[in-house]
Design a protein around this ligand. Structure first.
Ligand code: AMP
Ligand code: MG
Length: 524
């Protein structure tokens, strides 16, 4: 079938922002430009693995289109749609706390924005070949990391966590060489491309690069564009509006991280080049989900030594990253005090919001001063006994305040080492259930109401690390059934879905130390 898809592509980004005049696809420093034009690499034998029906509908793509060659060519970069002028963005970033200079879209190629009735969706192909920003790498992506991004970004959206979305997952038919654990054992893997969508893919690093180069003209051009396009409710750009803009980014970043903490998501690489200006979860690399509740856990083996991006440190890193953005925007504002006030508000906002988030997880609707102690002692217990976060909070909705002594039985399936729950640990747990029962007596909600509300914030299903790995192992053998199963399962992560109850289970022991399950690297 040769019928062309009828997608309306606009180019607000490239029409309004300065382009790199050099059209060569060579690796280099790119100055005074927000992006470089670059074409996606042709793939040898592309095939479609999965399409997000939700994003398909949102973008107005018909069922016929999905099965057309034209769609396949579009999402693998083999054909560029009429009106689309592909490009890669120029950005910098702080990586693991250090200034890293120019980074840019090394393996993401933007195709412009798809115009729909409600909004414009920027679309990117991740893994579509080298760009001027690829540095020493190949611009490609492998199947395992593409499955992880594809499934998780959609799952996050359905959990109510702001995220970039995914439209499709495809194989390129080409092979890609990767050294998964960076231990001198490179191997060929299947190449893949995720087409991903978002209102904008701008990152903190897009602003940092101009500030670092003292290019205030382009810093202003980009910031004005961002405000006019994505924050127009703030008014026309001015010093005051720049501050309001920073305030909003601070707010949405904090909201996003509170959601991560609520569902037990660990991003793994919170570098400033991976921080969306819209407060979306972006760049799914070595991320992971808490199994045992542990503030010190990170899935990223590249961060093993300092664990900078561990679960419990994500809120601090959010603030650290916002300091970098504040520094970048400073030349437009030229006053430190109001920026500092906003950064301070992150700290107080975090305390308040994280307490409220924990209250909601516990089904507490009133605010008591002593809640902070109840939350603290719960976190101590969760840390002390290896406890599955998802199962614990889901089962807690069945707790009866009349029977605190039965609390521990409710959690049987949440403890990884049931035998260790004895002596002091057991009495600490029983004490906590007693305190929780007493606290619930001060609430006015019924058991049923509380259960219903708790089950709206405590998911039953998340993309457990070993689940993603199972989907990958099958897909490597050409069986995509688990990708479809998880895609469907994670569309309604808060509902019971009894047919899928087997995914409401602790991580199996074989996955404890398996590469891909508990250990991930940036090699993708
Ligand atoms: P990440 O840690 O995935 O956010 O990537 C950090 C930087 O490295 C970004 O500029 C990426 O575009 C770039 N990068 C990562 N993987 C590749 C690759 N395979 N080819 C080219 N650039 C890459
Ligand atoms: Mg990145």
């Amino acid at each position: 079938m040769t019928k062309e898809m009828k997608l309306k592509i606009t180019n607000t980004f490239t029409n309004q922002l300065p382009a790199d005049p050099n059209l060569e696809n060579s690796r280099r420093q790119v100055l005074e430009s927000v992006y470089s034009f670059v074409s996606p690499k042709k793939t040898s034998n592309p095939s479609l693995i999965h399409v997000s029906d939700e994003m398909q509908q949102k973008l107005g793509i018909s069922e016929d289109d999905i099965h057309s060659k034209s769609f396949l060519d579009f999402v693998t970069g083999n054909t560029v749609l009429k009106g689309s002028k592909p490009f890669a963005m120029c950005y910098a970033g702080h990586q693991f706390g250090n200034w890293a200079g120019q980074l840019g879209d090394g393996r993401a190629i933007n195709l412009g924005e798809i115009e729909t009735k409600n909004k414009n969706w920027a679309i990117q192909l991740k893994g579509s070949g080298p760009t001027p920003y690829s540095r020493s790498a190949d611009g490609l992506a492998v199947l395992r990391s593409s499955i992880r991004e594809y499934l998780c970004s959609e799952a996050m959206h359905h959990l109510g966590v702001p995220s970039t979305r995914a439209l499709s997952l495809s194989l390129t038919g080409d092979e890609v060489l990767r050294d998964v654990m960076y231990n001198g054992n490179p191997a060929h893997e299947k190449g893949a491309i995720v087409s991903r969508v978002a209102a904008s893919f701008l990152r903190f690093g897009n602003f940092e690069i101009f500030a670092a180069r003292n290019d205030i003209k382009n810093l202003k051009t980009l910031t004005d564009y961002t405000i006019n396009t994505h924050f127009s409710h703030l008014g026309k750009p001015s010093k005051e509006v720049y501050l309001k803009f920073f305030q909003e980014v601070t707010h949405s970043t904090l909201e996003m991280i509170i959601h991560w903490q609520r569902v037990g998501f660990v991003h793994g690489v919170m570098n400033t080049d991976n921080m969306s200006i819209l407060g979306l979860t972006i760049d799914y690399g070595p991320y992971g989900w808490l199994e045992g509740f542990d503030f010190g856990w990170t899935p990223n083996t590249t961060d093993n030594q300092h664990k900078r991006y561990r679960y419990g440190n994500q809120p601090n890193i959010g603030l650290w990253n916002l300091y970098q953005l504040a520094n970048a925007l400073y030349p437009l504002i030229e006053e430190t005090n109001p920026l500092e006030t906003i950064l301070e508000s992150y700290k107080t906002g975090f305390e308040q919001k994280s307490q409220n988030m924990m209250r909601s997880k516990l089904g507490l609707f009133l605010e008591e001063e002593t809640d902070i102690n109840l939350i603290q002692s719960l976190e101590d217990n969760l840390q002390a006994s290896e406890t599955d976060m998802t199962i614990f909070f889901r089962n807690l909705s069945e707790f009866r305040k009349e029977h605190p002594e039965k609390g521990i039985d409710l959690m049987k399936e949440a403890f990884y080492v049931p035998n260790e729950i004895k002596g002091e640990l057991l009495s600490n747990w029983n004490l906590w259930f007693t305190n929780y029962a007493n606290r619930l007596k001060g609430e006015t909600t019924s058991y049923d109401q509380r259960k219903e509300q708790m089950n709206k914030v405590n998911p039953k299903y998340v993309l457990r690390n070993y689940m993603a790995q199972l989907a990958i192992d099958k897909a490597d053998n050409g069986d995509y059934s688990l990708i479809e199963e998880f895609y469907q399962l994670l569309k309604t992560p808060y509902s019971e879905q009894p047919n899928f109850n087997h995914w409401f289970a602790k991580r199996p022991e074989w996955a404890r130390h398996k590469v891909g399950c508990s250990m991930l690297s940036c090699s993708s």
